[in-house]
Design a protein around this ligand. Structure first.
Ligand code: HEC
Ligand code: HEC
Length: 319
């Protein structure tokens, strides 16, 4: 049975390459970053500051996240939170305008995509929550920083977050999740969306051009805020693996130290929605491919069986 031996050797080599060599090479080429399961308790931020031997910063982060933990234990009142939420809507309304670099996202599905602890931290101090405090001498100057002065009462913070979380009932589409969490900074050319949202179609070339100028103006503001224009994410899903994306969104600093992209604070479900959208846009043939896979394997199996029978019948008379 020479054929079987050859097959065995080929199979063993393939498996060694697939499970041994490839993962090893991969681990050598990419920095390994531990994820934290979309739990926002500041542990990663404190460890980062400690590792960089910034003692004061580490202490400040410890105190901040301890305060967040304290607020997360307060029972929030949903009805009272609705009134407090009006403060947020001053900036976060539909069709909002650029504020300090970006258009504040609508919060329609905030409860369905963000983590509760993160929201508390964000209201307490947006720059600290999103781990970009190193960019500010005074975190009050963050584009949402004034919320620190507007909402100083812990009970009120707990109420507003309780209200946001209670609203999550409405199902959020993958597109909405992406638009609300990432769309103010990242365009998706393949989905015809920019930092201004869906690109409308116009009858006249003149209007199309006028809209393009509006997009460029908005992108220039984002660029000035971030130091560079955030990349178009249409096909990012093909360039970056699952683990990178997950740990990057949880804490961009962990993968790109010093990056200006803030942490987004998504819950696991929120991240899954955003990830699904990027896959739909960047790799639209994936479902078809996955459906085809088992069929191809089945075909090869049947074909191998038939080939074997055929060979046997051909050789029968020759022995
Ligand atoms: C002064 C205007 C202003 C107010 C008031 C305000 N925000 Fe914001 N908010 C912003 C801006 C600007 C951003 C975008 C910041 C960025 O991307 O760097 C933002 C971002 C956010 C985000 C996305 C955070 C992330 O990490 O991606 C959430 C959620 C949010 N705000 C919730 C709230 C809530 C809840 C309130 C009320 C308690 C509130 N905001 C009040 C301006 C404001
Ligand atoms: C406030 C603006 C802002 C928001 C919101 C934002 N990003 Fe970014 N993002 C950036 C910037 C700026 C960069 C470029 C970072 C760099 O090169 O240092 C970036 C880079 C990236 C990259 C490329 C990283 C790499 O080097 O491969 C990915 C992936 C990414 N963002 C995903 C997301 C996702 C997913 C969301 C929503 C959950 C999101 N971003 C929300 C600003 C933002």
């Amino acid at each position: 049975m020479k054929e079987l031996k050859i097959f065995g050797i080929v199979a063993i080599f393939t498996l060694v390459l697939y499970w041994g060599v490839e993962p090893f090479a991969h681990s050598q080429m990419h920095k390994h970053v531990d994820g934290h399961g979309f739990v926002y308790d500041g542990a990663a931020d404190i460890a980062e500051a400690t590792a960089a031997e910034k003692k004061d910063k580490a202490e400040a982060k410890k105190a901040f996240w301890a305060d967040v933990a304290k607020v997360s234990k307060i029972k929030g009142d949903v009805a009272a939170g609705e009134a407090g939420f009006a403060t947020c809507m001053g900036c976060h309304m539909e069709g909002g305008v650029n504020m300090g670099g970006v258009i504040p996202p609508v919060l329609d599905h905030a409860g369905a995509i963000y983590d509760k602890n993160y929201l508390i931290a964000l209201i307490k101090d947006p720059a600290m929550a999103s781990n970009v405090d190193h960019k500010y001498a005074d975190t009050m100057t963050h584009p949402m920083g004034s919320i620190k002065a507007m909402m100083t009462d812990d009970q009120q913070v707990a109420d507003v977050v309780a209200y946001i979380m209670a609203k999550k009932a409405g199902e959020v589409t993958t597109k909405e999740a992406f638009a609300e969490a990432c769309g103010r900074c990242h365009a998706m050319r393949y989905a015809k969306t920019t930092q201004l949202g869906d690109t409308p179609t116009f009858k006249h070339e003149k209007d199309t051009l006028a809209y393009k100028i509006k997009v460029i103006d908005e992108q220039n503001l984002v660029k000035a805020y971030m130091g560079k224009l955030p990349p178009d994410l249409s096909i990012i899903i093909r360039a970056r693996g699952h683990h990178f994306m997950e740990t990057f969104v949880e804490n961009p600093q962990s993968q790109l130290a010093g990056t200006s992209m803030p942490r987004v604070g998504l819950s696991h479900e929120g991240y899954e929605k955003v990830h699904a959208y990027m896959t739909e846009i960047g790799d639209p043939s994936k479902p078809a491919r996955e459906e085809l896979g088992p069929k191809v394997l089945l075909f090869f199996l049947v074909f191998t069986g038939l080939a074997f029978l055929w060979k046997k019948s051909m050789w029968k008379g020759l022995h």
